[in-house]
Write a protein that binds this ligand. Structure first.
Ligand code: AMP
Ligand code: GLY
Length: 419
């Protein structure tokens, strides 16, 4: 199979690394990829949102499958365009990707599908926003795509007002409404499922770390690390959760005439009142994918192609490596507010099998990479215990250096302590 992966981050590199382990994938391309991904796939200078160019490439190169990594091209209709051209594609059509593209729409779908979630109101101005608050802390969410930066937990009225003004007056992310949501407490869980338009097949559970500093302090980021699986969430619990939060959504979009193909990612809060959905993403999580896919023993190319076909996952069961996986993100100085770029990266050659290096914000050429974004590289290790996987991942992190590198030191510590 000739497969194109669309995107340029650590998630896309992890997908490519998993496809390298597939016996079906014979040729791997990435658009646009990055100089680190170029070691594993042919990278083409085509942006992830250049829909016409991607469709043309898929026809010219006679691709067997296109896998879409990031949300923006999904919301922008890349899957619709590829499908119209008769090209097999893994990802939802724009109408279904709206589940991630609009938080207000996601709430409406959850209500219609009977999925448990926190109480909310959609508002268009600051005063209505403040009037919708039922108590502090409260959660203020920009309605559109904001690269993980459109959510504010407001401790008091002043903070809520500041967030509402940032989103609705200063328009930090452009035009859009705001969802004011009930604050939920508990452990977070990322539960991803492969969907074929009819059914959701859950993947192994993961947790990610969204805040920049140890102890979940500081601002939200795209994600500073992850691990898989999660203590206490066994296969039976995964099946139960998936029936609660994935299948009703797949059924909803099937009934709406826009069947959901691709990854449905439920971000859950395990509250004292039971699991509640914080958000849906309509793609693989980053950095969850970097920890989940190294444990997958089933053939990823086979699964993604099957999911692109209506009902194609029938009879497929996912097989998992019993070991634990831990992914640590190495981020640039200044991330997340103003990531510094252009710092030379050393020591990447020391990250070799069994460690997995996945590259995100890097530029330059192989052997001479420099930082080029917020999250620079990810290091994933497998271990018989969470402690062993953590120790191996952090030993890898020690080998890599650049000016001002930032990492959390507590990734998967809760798994180690629970085990
Ligand atoms: P979201 O992009 O909606 O997942 O929000 C990003 C992060 O903000 C989540 O992973 C949570 O850590 C936090 N968050 C979002 N919604 C809530 C909520 N209702 N209560 C508490 N924390 C939340
Ligand atoms: N790890 C969170 C996300 O992919 O949105």
């Amino acid at each position: 199979m000739k497969i194109l992966v669309v995107g340029s981050g650590g998630r896309e590199h992890a997908i490519i690394r998993a496809l390298l382990r597939s016996s079906l994938a014979t040729e791997l391309l990435c658009a646009p990829g990055n100089p680190g991904i170029a070691a594993d796939a042919e990278c083409l200078p085509i942006g992830a949102e250049a829909i016409d160019q991607i469709v043309a490439l898929a026809s010219e190169r006679e691709l067997d499958l296109v896998v879409v990594g990031p949300e923006a091209p999904l919301v922008g209709g890349l899957v619709d365009a590829l499908s119209a051209a008769g090209i097999a594609v893994f990802g939802p059509v724009a109408a279904a990707a709206r589940l991630e593209g609009s938080k207000a729409y996601a709430k409406e779908v959850m209500e219609a599908a009977g999925v448990p979630t926190g109480g909310w109101n959609t508002v268009e101005n600051v005063e209505d926003g403040l009037a919708a608050v039922r108590g502090y802390p409260t959660v203020i969410k920009f309605d559109g795509l904001a690269a993980g930066k459109g959510v504010v937990i407001a401790a008091d009225e002043a903070a809520a007002r500041a967030a509402l003004e940032e989103f609705l007056v200063e328009r930090r992310f452009g035009e859009g409404q705001v969802v004011v949501e009930e604050f939920l407490e508990g452990e977070e869980l990322s539960l991803l499922a492969l969907c074929d338009g009819e059914r959701a097949v859950p993947m192994a559970p993961a947790q990610d770390y969204k805040r920049i500093f140890d102890g979940d302090l500081g601002p939200n980021t795209g994600g500073m690390g992850s691990y898989c699986p999660v203590p206490g969430i066994d296969a039976a619990r995964v099946a139960e959760l998936s029936a609660l939060v994935h299948q009703p959504i797949v059924d909803y979009f099937a009934a709406a005439g826009t069947p959901f193909h691709g990854v449905l990612y439920a971000g859950l809060m395990m509250t004292a009142d039971g699991p509640k959905v914080l958000e849906y993403n309509t793609r693989f999580g980053d950095p969850e994918t970097q920890a989940v896919l190294p444990r997958l023993r089933s053939d990823l190319a086979d699964l993604l192609l099957a999911a692109s076909k209506h009902g194609g996952l029938a009879g497929r069961e996912l097989q998992w490596d019993p070991r634990w996986a831990v992914t640590v993100v190495i981020a640039s100085a200044g991330y997340p507010d103003s990531p510094r770029v252009g710092d030379a990266i050393s020591g990447l050659e020391k990250i070799t099998d069994p460690l997995e290096l996945t590259c995100a914000g890097v530029a330059g050429d192989d052997g001479n990479l420099v930082t080029a974004g917020g999250r620079v590289v990810n290091i994933t290790a497998l271990g018989e215990t969470p402690a062993a996987a953590r120790a191996a991942a952090y030993a890898g992190v020690e080998s890599v250096d650049f000016k001002g590198k930032q990492t959390r030191t507590d990734i998967a510590l809760r798994a180690e302590e629970a085990n």
